[in-house]
Design a protein around this ligand. Structure first.
Ligand code: KDG
Length: 338
C-alpha cells in the first residue's frame, strides 16, 4: 500500500522529514498524501467542501495526512477517478451517485426521477440507516464511502426551446450522466439523450453536439453554461447526491485514529458543503436570468405528466435492482417526510 507523496498540488508542508535524529522516538512519521479530485470547478461549493476537508484533516492529524485538492476534472471524470481509487492510484473523489451505479447497480435507486421530495428528506434518508447500508456496499468494489454530500436537484437547460410542458422534451438532444436510469427516463420523456462525461460537456454544448443538459442551478451558473445555453426550467427531475469516496487500500493503511478523523472530516465538510450548495442554488437561479437565460416554470400538472411518463422506467429498475432494497428506500423516505 505504497503512499505516494507526489509534488505539485497545493501543499508544501512536509512534516520535517530531514530534521535530524533527536526526533527518533517520535516514530518516523512520513506524511500520507490524499489526492482528492472532483469534476466541478473551484468556484463550486463542492470544491469549498473539499478545502474544508483538507483543513480539518491536516489540522487534526497534525500534518500526518496531507490533502491535495484538484478540481475541474484535472484528475479525470467521475468514472475514471473512481477507477483510480479502486487501483489505489488516487485516494479521494466525490462523484454523483449516477456514475457509481456502474460499480454498484443498486445505487441507481437514488437516481429515480422524483424520488426525494426535498433536500431535508434526502439528508435524513442518506444520513440514516439506509444510506449507511448503501455505503457499506461500496467495500466490495474496493471503495470506502465516508459520507454523502449534495449535488442537488437537477434542472434542464437547452438552446432549442423553453420547456413548460412534458411534451417540450420531444426530440431534444440532451447530455446525461453515464447512468441507464437517466438515459431511459429522458427517452421516456421523448428526448434524445446521450451519456457523456462532465469534462466534455461545455464543449459539446458550445459546438451544438447536444442541445442541452441537466444539472443544478449552481453548476449551470458556476460552470458558465449560460454562455452556451438559452433556456432553463425548474424540471427538478432528479435529486443528485454526491458520495465521498476513499480508496479502500489507502483507508486500510490508516491507523484507527486517522480513520476516525477522515470519517469525521468527510461528514463535517459535507454539512458545510450542503449548506453552501443550498444557498447557491437559490442565488444562482436569479443570476442565470440576469445573464440572459429565459426561465420557465413547469406547472404541478405538467410535473405530474412527467412523473407518469417515467414511471415505467422506475418500475423496471426497481425490479432489476431488487424490490426489497427499493422498498426500504421508499419506506425511509416516507418516514423522513412525516
Ligand atoms: O464533481 C462532480 C462532477 O464530476 C459531476 O458529478 C457533476 O452532476 C455532475 C454531472 O452532470 O456530471
Amino acid at each position: 500500500l505504497a503512499l505516494v507523496a507526489c509534488g505539485g498540488g497545493n501543499n508544501e508542508a512536509n512534516e520535517g522529514a530531514d530534521n535530524g535524529d533527536e526526533k527518533e522516538n517520535k516514530e518516523s512519521v512520513e506524511a500520507k498524501t490524499i489526492r482528492a479530485g472532483i469534476g466541478l470547478n473551484d468556484a463550486h461549493p463542492q470544491y469549498k467542501g473539499l478545502l474544508k476537508f483538507k483543513e480539518i484533516v491536516e489540522e487534526r492529524t497534525n500534518g500526518e495526512i496531507l490533502v491535495e485538492t484538484y478540481h475541474s476534472g484535472q484528475l479525470g471524470d467521475d468514472r475514471t477517478m473512481t477507477e483510480a481509487l479502486q487501483l489505489g492510484s488516487q485516494e479521494v473523489t466525490v462523484p454523483s451517485t449516477a456514475p457509481l451505479a456502474n460499480f454498484i447497480p443498486e445505487y441507481s435507486v437514488f437516481d429515480f426521477p422524483f424520488l426525494f421530495p426535498s433536500e431535508e428528506v434526502a439528508d435524513k434518508v442518506l444520513d440514516g440507516e439506509v444510506g449507511q447500508k448503501f455505503l457499506e456496499k461500496l467495500e466490495s468494489q474496493d471503495l470506502v464511502g465516508l459520507a454523502y454530500w449534495e449535488n442537488g436537484f437537477r434542472q434542464v437547460t437547452n438552446s432549442e426551446r423553453a420547456i413548460t410542458t412534458a411534451a417540450d422534451f420531444k426530440g431534444l438532444k440532451l447530455r446525461t450522466m453515464e447512468n441507464e436510469v437517466h438515459l431511459e427516463a429522458f427517452r421516456a420523456l421523448g428526448a434524445n439523450p446521450t451519456p457523456m462525461a462532465f469534462t466534455e460537456l461545455f464543449t459539446a454544448l458550445q459546438q451544438g453536439t447536444v442541445d442541452g443538459q441537466e444539472n443544478p442551478y449552481a453548476t449551470i451558473y458556476l460552470q458558465k453554461f449560460f454562455e452556451v445555453q438559452k433556456h432553463v426550467s425548474n424540471t427538478n427531475h432528479i435529486y443528485s447526491p454526491f458520495v465521498f469516496l476513499m480508496s479502500k487500500s489507502f483507508y486500510d493503511g490508516l491507523t484507527d485514529e486517522q480513520k476516525e478523523i477522515v470519517k469525521e472530516a468527510a461528514l463535517e465538510a459535507g454539512k458545510y458543503e450542503r449548506q453552501l450548495n443550498r444557498e447557491a442554488n437559490t442565488q444562482y437561479l436569479q443570476d442565470l436570468q440576469k445573464e440572459g437565460m429565459t426561465y420557465t416554470e413547469i406547472s404541478p400538472e405538467e410535473h405530474a405528466k412527467m412523473k407518469e411518463l417515467v414511471q415505467p422506467v422506475i418500475d423496471k429498475y426497481a425490479d432489476k435492482i431488487g424490490k426489497d432494497i427499493v422498498q426500504e428506500v421508499y419506506d425511509a423516505i416516507e418516514e423522513a417526510s412525516k
